[in-house]
Write a protein that binds this ligand. Sequence first.
Ligand code: FE
Ligand code: FE
Ligand code: ZN
Length: 279
Amino acid sequence: MLHIGCHLSATKGYLAMGKDALKINADTFQFFTRNPRGGKAKEIKESDVAAFLELAQAHQFTYILAHAPYTMNACSADESVRQFSCEMMADDLRRMEYLPGNFYNFHPGSHVGQGIDVGIAQITQQLNTVMKPEQHTTILLETMAGKGSEIGSRFEELRRVIDGVHLPEKVGVCLDTCHIYDAGYDIVTDLDAVLDEFDDVLGLDKLKAVHLNDSMNLMGSHKDRHAPIGKGTLGLSAICALINHPRLKNLFFILETPHDTLEGYGQEIVMLRECYKEG
Ligand code: FE
Ligand code: FE
Ligand code: ZN
């Protein structure tokens, strides 16, 4: 069974997201933990969470994925920004405990000229400050396109972050198909080699979720512009091969493709379910 969903607006709460997911035959979704540009998060309503959990159980949802705001930059050169990032992540993780056992994805950060070594040390430091042995959420580092000074466009950089954390068993990776292609990993003509490399550097057991996006740009462009499924440089056949790959097919996939309506995601889900082979 293909576990798939899309990014949804969180403004109406968890139950509303669950209902939207059902409308498009999804069994998961992603949402921002707060306004993507940062700011204060809405407090969780326990009745909303309870209603969502009931719906998720009744419809056999898989894991859901929270996404940190884009303003988070654990390796900003500005100490007050790093402090703010750290506080946002700690607060997000606290609220994630209402939905134990799920995943929290963040962009490792942009070192803005401080260099990769300093950046990685600051990201590691943020994780070590916010993570608690008793937390029930796995934090995912997102693979990045390598735009500007972004850290995380090479598997080795993610490995170094994970090597520096005190609770590595609570840290995993979310692979964004647009980002890794833009970063130069050839998932169109040699997916097996890319997965072998991921396995060698990070271990495939660290791969917990996939952001399924086509790309508007060529491999290695470092651009990060998502395209609808089948309408970009990856193309439908490469994407179908990816969701059917024996080492990936049991993960869950989140669409972050550009659409104005839920229906746009719904059509992609129909198409992807059609090309998915059970078993
Ligand atoms: Fe992201
Ligand atoms: Fe993504
Ligand atoms: Zn992106």
